[in-house]
Design a protein. Structure first.
Length: 213
């Protein structure tokens, strides 16, 4: 899991009698600040959710996300992906494990759940009494998932657009956290997964069109 780094405030002495006070001292922003700046820029956009067909994923209001490095995973996090009990599918078929965090998930009731993110799926679990394993509670595949705008900066809203279309009702999950940084970290990671999926589907679609000509 990733940890936020506290950036110390730096004060500069300025000689008001010197011409130097007219010059602006520029500092390279920290990684945390760049992520927050990027989040603020994206939150000002107007997001649109478009239902996807069976053959094509359409993602609106999304640009190629920044590259995130998940090579600093702890041993506990890596082992935990094999400790999800009662999971009805093989987790190994959904790509690399990316991250895990505890959220207050509203669907429709609010529950404290541990959420695992893989390249191809998001898994919701509840912790066992001994705290060493997790029970499977639900999941959303990336091909069925889309991000929705949220009113609060500490809330991440994801929608299962495939089942929403199938059952003719809104099926969404609100992930509440105390940290804006965690929300931003997860949003960027999910955007990266969706972007890779979109590129893959587009390439497959272009390839099939060339073969049909």
């Amino acid at each position: 899991m990733e940890n936020t780094n506290t950036t110390a405030t730096v004060f500069h002495d300025v000689d008001l009698t010197s011409d130097e006070h007219n010059k602006c001292v520029t500092r390279k922003p920290s990684i945390t600040q760049r992520i927050k700046n990027r989040f603020r820029g994206k939150s000002q956009r107007r997001h649109h959710t478009v239902a996807a067909t069976d053959k094509e994923m359409i993602i609106a209001s999304i640009s190629s996300p920044v590259c995130l490095n998940y090579s600093t995973q702890s041993d506990e996090a890596l082992e935990s992906k094999y400790s999800i009990l009662s999971c009805p599918f093989d987790i190994k078929g959904y790509g690399e494990f990316l991250m895990m965090d505890e959220f207050k998930v509203k669907h429709p009731k609010k529950l404290s759940l541990m959420v695992f993110l893989y390249e191809g799926i998001m898994i919701f679990t509840s912790r066992t009494p001994n705290g060493e394993s997790y029970y499977f509670k639900g999941s959303i595949r990336m091909e069925d998932l889309c991000l929705c705008p949220a009113e609060k900066k500490t809330v991440l809203v994801v929608k299962d657009h495939t089942n929403s279309k199938r059952f003719h009702k809104e099926i969404s999950f609100e992930l509440h956290t105390l940290s804006e940084y965690i929300q931003v970290k997860w949003r960027l990671a999910i955007e990266k997964c969706l972007w890779k999926q979109f590129v893959k589907v587009r390439q497959e679609s272009q390839g099939s069109q060339r073969h049909s000509q």
